[in-house]
Ligand binder design. Sequence first.
Ligand SMILES: [Zn+2]
Ligand SMILES: [Zn+2]
Length: 123
Amino acid sequence: MRTVPATKAKCEAHLAHYPRPLWLEYHHVIPVAWQLYLWQQVRDKRTVCLCRTGHGNVHWWIVRTMRGLYDAGGGIVAASKNTGGRGIDLVTARIALERVEAVEPGSLDRLVSARHWGGMAGS
Ligand SMILES: [Zn+2]
Ligand SMILES: [Zn+2]
């Protein structure tokens, strides 16, 4: 993934960090792995610049929202609420699901069937 020294960019999610990050990471709002699976290319290049912890948190919430999609019975918003989380990292995760489904309804079903939960390594 693309990174940038923290002297040249800011984490778009959080005002304060301790310890301070020395570099930041560009998170594709629609994860690259999803795009490659669904479309065989990166069609949506929109990214947000995040600290590593925030980036990991976003993927953590993507996975938990995806896994709750069919438990909640009420779609993306209900699944997001049912994670029990809150805050900007969870919102960024929810937007991943909303955007991919907006491009092509049924995409989330395909991702779930293929067990493409949207996680980062270790999350
Ligand atoms: Zn990411
Ligand atoms: Zn941050």
